[in-house]
Design a protein around this ligand. Structure first.
Ligand code: G1P
Length: 272
């Protein structure tokens, strides 16, 4: 176990890249295989020893999430999980979302899991983040291709030992010309409460929003951030083709669906 018992899941956002699916249904409630995205991330957090998950949601969405996890129908493996929701009234960016949960977080360290990104089966990253922690924050990284440098936050790397390194700074969506490296932030973080103080002092950044990456830059420049470079990419359910991929990858990992799904994929391929 990791010794971190709190996870914060920013799950607000309009889901514009998933329209029209998200016109009436929040993106965090879209099903992947047989359960909504929020349950997948809650299960990932529980596997890392978390006992409390705080979801940051748009107005009106909290009751849906609470109903999903409610005592009326306890979910196997999640019976002891405490679920809380915090409402982000105005969309002000990912950093603003995390800051909204400030009171719920208090001075605790916490995992932060972006609901758009889902780990592949057997490729959890939270334990490695906890293992690399030396009192500061730790971010999950991956080597990304040039076209991803305008879609991801990118770090300034320092000394590296194996898969872990010192992070000296971070830039949100720098693009290929300005990227300080090819190491992208992939939506999994371990923060100390220092990140909240850093977020509180930020001006709007990329896109006019309060960026979590800018707060990572602040703590990194203090020498308080490390990174862990993973081998596997995360599934991106924020776009239609990514949601399809996630359904296939996670479906194939489930013994009760594996054989049928394999047969379906084979016959679809043969009919092309
Ligand atoms: C967010 C973060 C970005 C990170 C990305 C990972 O961007 O701002 O730093 O690399 O998630 O998916 P978004 O995908 O919300 O534009």
């Amino acid at each position: 176990m990791t010794g971190v018992d709190l996870a914060v899941v920013p799950a607000a956002g309009l889901g514009t890249r998933m329209r029209p699916a998200t016109r009436a249904i929040p993106k965090a409630m879209l099903p992947v295989v047989d359960r909504p995205a929020v349950q997948h991330v809650a299960e990932e957090a529980v596997r890392a020893g978390v006992s409390e998950v705080v979801f940051i949601v748009d107005p009106g969405v909290g009751s849906l999430i609470e109903k999903h996890f409610s005592e009326g129908g306890l979910l196997p493996g999640l019976e002891d999980l405490v679920i809380r929701t915090v409402v982000q009234d105005n969309p002000g960016g990912l950093g603003h979302a995390v800051l909204t949960a400030r009171r719920a977080i208090d001075d605790r360290s916490f995992f932060c899991l972006l609901v758009d990104n889902m780990v592949r089966p057997g490729a959890d990253v939270l334990p490695a983040l906890a293992a690399a922690a030396d009192g500061g924050s730790v971010v999950a990284l991956r080597e990304v291709g040039p076209h991803m440098l305008e879609r991801y936050g990118v770090v300034i790397p320092g000394a590296r030992q194996g898969s872990s390194l010192d992070v000296l700074g971070a830039v949100e969506k720098p693009g290929v010309e300005n990227a300080p490296s090819n190491l992208g932030l992939v939506g999994r973080y371990l923060f100390t409460s220092e990140i909240l103080e850093a977020l509180g002092g930020l001006e709007p950044g990329h896109g006019g929003e309060i960026q979590l990456t800018d707060a990572i830059d602040v703590v990194a420049r203090r020498g308080r951030c490390r990174g862990v470079v993973g081998e596997h990419d995360l599934l991106d359910i924020g776009i239609p083709v990514g949601l399809l991929e996630a359904a296939v990858v996670l479906g194939l990992a489930r013994p009760e669906y594996r054989d049928d799904l394999r047969a379906i994929l084979r016959s679809v391929e043969e009919q092309r």
